[in-house]
Ligand binder design. Structure first.
Ligand code: TPP
Length: 276
């Protein structure tokens, strides 16, 4: 099953890049999903950046789209065929700079789309400019005085925007596999942030500051507690970093609000029918 997912394309990620962990976790999760679903009934979308090369290294249908436009593309695929399982991948620049407006509305719409942000806290492919989640003081060639603006807290933004599943994990293969499985089980928009480092432009070890929300008895059905947990880490590496599921509560999905989409869904249309 897993072999089917290989493309044989030579990777241009740096040796040891955390993106390899994401690819491995994704392949494991997809291989499990393929025990229940047909490969042609899953679509992936990536944006522009190092993360986006994922598209070349996994043999699946989908679209490698424009910078910041992963979510509109996911929503387009979903409304074209609501029976497809749709997973989008962005970098933090892609998601929180170029794509931030789409992110807020995607959470509000609550279509059954899974969205993964590979957050290395830097624009990596364009060699190290700060993104909206780069920590204060971070210095690079384009900002020699260091970042002066406080980072966004995307977990809080997602909670406030109505996302029905909000999670963060580290770039650990097992964690990624686990959270993707949980997200597939969830009916609605699932936001997952993978907090990782960029070995070249932002090489920081955040793992030792991380702790699992589940182990601390966090109630993921409670918005107030989720907000409090989200505030513990404001993208400054001095903080404690909660990982796991902050919030999960199912509510009516976008596709069920419109008769046309409901009818398409009930028809059980598959990718193969569209190709004919
Ligand atoms: C509209 C637009 N603006 C800027 C760029 C230039 N650009 C290409 S890749 C990139 C950085 C991507 O960073 P991020 O989304 O964080 O992904 P990473 O490379 O870190 O995985 C930028 C700014 C672009 N291609 N399109």
């Amino acid at each position: 099953m897993k072999k089917e997912l290989n493309t044989g394309v030579k990777s241009t990620w740096c040796p040891g890049c955390n993106n390899f962990m994401v690819l491995a976790g994704l392949k494991n999760a997809i291989a499990k999903e393929l025990e229940k679903s047909d490969k042609d009934d899953i679509a992936i979308v990536t944006g522009i950046g190092c993360h986006a090369k994922l598209f070349d290294y996994i043999n699946m249908n989908g679209i490698n789209t424009l910078h910041g436009r992963v979510l509109p593309m996911c929503l387009g695929i979903k409304t074209g065929n609501p029976n497809l399982k749709v997973i989008g991948f962005s970098g933090d620049g892609d998601a929180y700079a170029e794509g931030i407006e789409h992110l807020i509305h995607a959470a509000r719409y609550n279509a059954d789309v899974k969205y993964v942000v590979m957050n290395n806290q830097v624009f990596a492919l364009t060699v190290g400019q700060p993104t909206p989640t780069t920590k204060l003081g971070f210095k690079g060639k384009t900002n020699p005085e260091g970042v002066k603006l406080s980072p966004l807290n995307p977990i809080r933004i997602m909670l406030a925007s109505g996302a029905s599943f909000v999670a963060r994990v580290s770039s650990d293969v097992k964690q990624i596999e686990w959270i993707l499985e949980e997200a597939f089980k969830h009916k609605g928009f699932a936001f997952i942030e993978i907090l990782q480092s960029c070995l070249i432009f932002n090489n920081i070890n955040l793992k030792e500051k991380m702790y699992l929300l589940e182990k601390e008895g966090h109630n993921k059905g409670d918005m107030g507690s989720a907000m409090k947990k989200a505030e513990e880490f404001n993208y400054d590496s001095t903080d404690k970093i909660p990982i796991g599921i902050f919030y999960q509560k199912e509510r009516e999905i976008f596709e069920d609000k419109f008769k046309q989409l409901k009818d398409l869904k009930n028809k059980g249309i598959s990718w193969k029918d569209i190709q004919r």
